[in-house]
Design a protein. Structure first.
Length: 212
C-alpha cells in the first residue's frame, strides 16, 4: 500500500498509481465492471464538501470539470459538513429527483475528522450503495484518507468496496492532500486539485467500461 506521496509527485505518476489501483480492484471479479453510459446519461456526484468543491470556485468543482470533460450531465449533490448518517437520510430524495444512471460516492471525511465510529461509517456507506443500486443506478467510490502523518485511504473504504464489488479509486485523495500545490487548506483541494480529482474519476469510469 502506498502510505504517502512526495509533494513533488507529478500528474503522470499519480495517474500510474491510480491505474494500478483500478486494475487491482477489477481483479476482484466481473461484478465490478460497469455498463456503458449513453450520451444522455445522468451522473450524480454525491458527497460532502469534497464534492461541493469547497476551496475552489463553484465552476471549478470536480463534478463541473468532469461534466465538461466527458460531455455528460453531472449533478453536484455535495453538502459541506455532512456526515454519512445524514447523507444516508438525504440520499433517497436525491435519487428520486435526479434519477441518475450512475453515482459517484465520495463520503465519510467528516466522520473521520470527528472520530465517528468507523464501523458505523462503513455501515452507512454500505447502505448508500444498496440504495443506489436499488434505484437502478450504478455506483463507483473514491476513498477518503484517514488523516495522520502519512495519508492513505481509510481501511474501511477498501472493505466496503470489496464487500459490494464497487470500483474505487483509493489513491487520488491521499495524493492530492499530500501535495501543498493541490490544496486550499488541510482537508480540501484547490482548483488544480479538483481538476486532478475529475481526471481520476474519469479514468475510473473509463477503465471500468462506463466510458469508451
Amino acid at each position: 500500500m502506498i502510505r504517502g506521496w512526495s509533494q513533488r509527485s507529478s500528474g503522470p505518476v499519480r495517474a500510474l498509481f491510480a491505474l494500478v489501483a483500478i486494475t487491482l480492484l477489477n481483479a476482484c471479479g466481473d461484478s465490478a465492471t460497469l455498463k456503458p453510459l449513453g450520451r444522455d446519461a445522468v451522473i450524480l456526484a454525491f458527497g460532502d464538501s469534497l464534492t461541493f468543491g469547497t476551496g475552489a470556485g463553484r465552476d471549478e468543482s470536480y463534478p463541473t470539470v468532469l461534466a465538461r470533460r466527458i460531455n455528460r450531465e453531472v449533478v453536484n449533490a455535495g453538502v459541506p459538513g455532512e456526515e454519512t448518517d445524514q447523507g444516508l437520510k438525504r440520499l433517497p430524495k436525491v435519487l428520486a429527483r435526479v434519477k441518475p444512471d450512475l453515482v459517484i460516492l465520495i463520503h465519510g471525511g467528516n466522520d473521520l475528522l470527528r472520530r465517528k465510529s468507523k464501523q458505523a461509517t462503513a455501515n452507512n456507506l454500505l447502505a448508500m450503495i444498496d440504495q443506489i443500486r436499488s434505484s437502478g443506478a450504478q455506483v463507483v467510490m473514491v476513498g477518503v484518507p484517514d488523516f495522520g502523518l502519512f495519508l492513505s485511504t481509510a481501511k474501511l473504504y477498501r472493505e466496503v468496496a470489496e464487500q459490494r464489488q464497487v470500483p474505487m479509486d483509493a489513491e487520488i485523495l491521499p495524493s492530492l492532500l499530500s501535495d501543498l500545490n493541490m490544496k486550499s487548506d488541510t482537508v480540501h483541494p484547490n482548483a488544480m486539485g479538483y481538476r486532478e480529482l475529475a481526471l481520476a474519476v474519469e479514468t475510473l469510469l473509463r477503465e471500468n467500461g462506463a466510458l469508451p
